[in-house]
Write a protein that binds this ligand. Structure first.
Ligand code: AMP
Length: 187
């Protein structure tokens, strides 16, 4: 089963994705985590992505699609994955759909985590104190939200026009939100 998590930065995709991945026994595939790891290890992808990430801009579709292709080729991804923060542009939506089609698969569920702007800013500020991510500083956050609105928000309509997108009000108790997700997925 392939599940796509959509929503602005700080919407809880990572938290809910981890719970979902554990419950369904599927790998969570988060490009942000993979890129941060690549930056830390100084790989060619990491070297290309570092400055762009720190500024809060989107890494090129070419780099992302390379990462997606590699991840989907892994044996542990054969039964499906939880896509967390991966489809962030229309080009990526096209690319991921094509890759899944090659594998005889499709995105089985698309979940959109809806959180008001004020709450997002508060959550990211809190996370900044805990994780110390360079792109959680206020200037980079503003750029990330701008990138989200300009490049990622249209992805929601792209999926809506091709099937059902489940809208989840992702404010409040983590467990209650997880229960809503469970109700939608059916397990
Ligand atoms: P995240 O951890 O999902 O917030 O991602 C952190 C940063 O990694 C983003 O601000 C982008 O610079 C980069 N990134 C992660 N996933 C993608 C993606 N699918 N497309 C473009 N850039 C991405």
């Amino acid at each position: 089963m392939d599940i796509l998590l959509l929503g602005p930065p700080g919407a809880g995709k990572g938290t809910q994705g981890a719970l979902l991945a554990e419950r369904l026994g599927l790998p969570k595939f988060a490009t942000g985590d993979l890129l941060r790891d690549a930056v830390k290890r100084g790989t060619p992808v990491g070297l290309r992505a570092k400055a762009v990430m720190e500024a809060g801009q989107l890494v090129s579709d070419e780099i992302i699609m390379g990462v997606v292709r590699d991840e989907l080729a892994k044996p542990e991804a054969r039964n499906g994955v939880i896509f967390d923060g991966v489809v962030r542009t229309i080009a990526q939506a096209d690319g991921v759909t094509a890759l899944l089609t090659e594998l005889g698969r499709k995105m089985d569920h698309v979940l959109f985590f809806d959180v008001p702007d004020q709450e997002i800013l508060a959550r990211i500020e809190k996370r900044r104190g805990i994780e110390g991510r360079a792109d959680d500083d206020p200037a980079a956050v503003a750029t990330r939200l701008q990138a989200y609105r300009a490049q990622t928000a249209p992805v929601l309509d792209w999926y809506r026009s091709r099937g059902q997108v489940h809208l989840i009000q992702a404010v409040g108790d983590v467990k209650a939100i997880a229960a809503t997700v469970q109700g939608i997925i059916g397990r």
